[in-house]
Design a protein. Sequence first.
Length: 391
Amino acid sequence: MTSSPELTRRQMILSSGILLAGVSQTNGLQAQAPEKDLIFRTTDPRNAEPALNKLITSWITPTKHFYVRSHAPNPKIDPKTFRLSVEGMVDKPLSLSLADIQSHQEYTLTATLTCAGNRRAEFNKEGKVGGVQWDAGAIGNATWTGVALSEILRKAGVQASAKHVWFKGLDEITKGDGIIPFGASIPLEKALGAGDDVGALLCYGMNGETLTADHGYPLRTLVPGYIGARSVKWLGKIVVSDVTSPNHYLANAYKLVKKTESIDWSESGPIYRYLVNAAVGSHEKGAELEAGKADLAGYVLPSGILGGRVKHVQVSVNNGKSWKKAELTGEDSDFCWQLWKASVQVTEETKEIVVRAEDSSGGFMPYRVPWNAKGYLQNSWYRLPVTVKAT
Ligand SMILES: Nc1nc2c(c(=O)[nH]1)N[C@H]1C(S)=C(S)[C@@H](COP(=O)(O)O)O[C@H]1N2
Ligand SMILES: [Mo]
């Protein structure tokens, strides 16, 4: 399947850590995937994030700069024979082709997707955490096109005692002795939305183009406001139930637990919403600055709550003794990040640029996030180490 030129390329990729083209994804069933310009944390499966200076150049993240988080190789799915099944606590189980799905009203919305493990690598300062060693790039803001999950559920007829909607992917993840799909569930009320909130989408488009293999072709869920793990790619099955999904990625993983050895999964419940977060993208860690004015820029994400907005982003050059308010740029929209910029005065005493944010729901970035064994929800003050030289 892999030709030798690709192998050569792969080796080159591995040595540089950067993949400039989606060479290994073409499966004959769809067009060549667009190029990716990402830093690969692992290549098999594909886990990659953009350089932060590229990430913050636009409010909409181009697909080539959109992070990829996959637990197994992209499954090869024939769109002609593809079926989405809808079962469980419904009056009328469904088996839908892509055309059936696309015959419903189409929605396009912009929403930020972020991995619960974004900024995970920062936990290592306190104690090693496993998993993909993300910097602050496991986040992106895209336009998503698809149909409302609520409409499909209504068509199937959700029974009165139903409380959760399970999603099952078509990927095959080796776990222990077995092979399992990636799965998740969300509360029924989140799935259905209300009023202006369409709830969750079943998407086939991203940034105005057909969803790529990396992002879940031909169909994925998009759950605005929730951690990326609830937006299941390569969606094959929906189950309506009165309980949460038993799938490993809902029942066990994506929880805040304290121990690495013999993890007690019952210690906490599943993570759903993401938290307010921010990072600097204009400068690299360890950047050399000249004393005087420094122009900084980055992203900021309000907590994943409908109507949630960024209240303010603040920057400190003296470890939080004083703060300067940053200016927000980009658009102000539900479940979307914002970009920010600020000019600050740095001195030879400045060792770090520190950033924190607060949102309209009272969510804030704390000084420190308690260490957790799986390295989730790191949203402490963002610290960018710098060296400042006298002019
Ligand atoms: N089927 C499937 N869906 C999945 C995953 C996966 O590995 N398999 N990863 C999840 C995680 S942890 C995240 S953060 C998002 C990432 O979406 P992206 O790769 O499109 O950025 O997809 C989620 N959906
Ligand atoms: Mo994730």
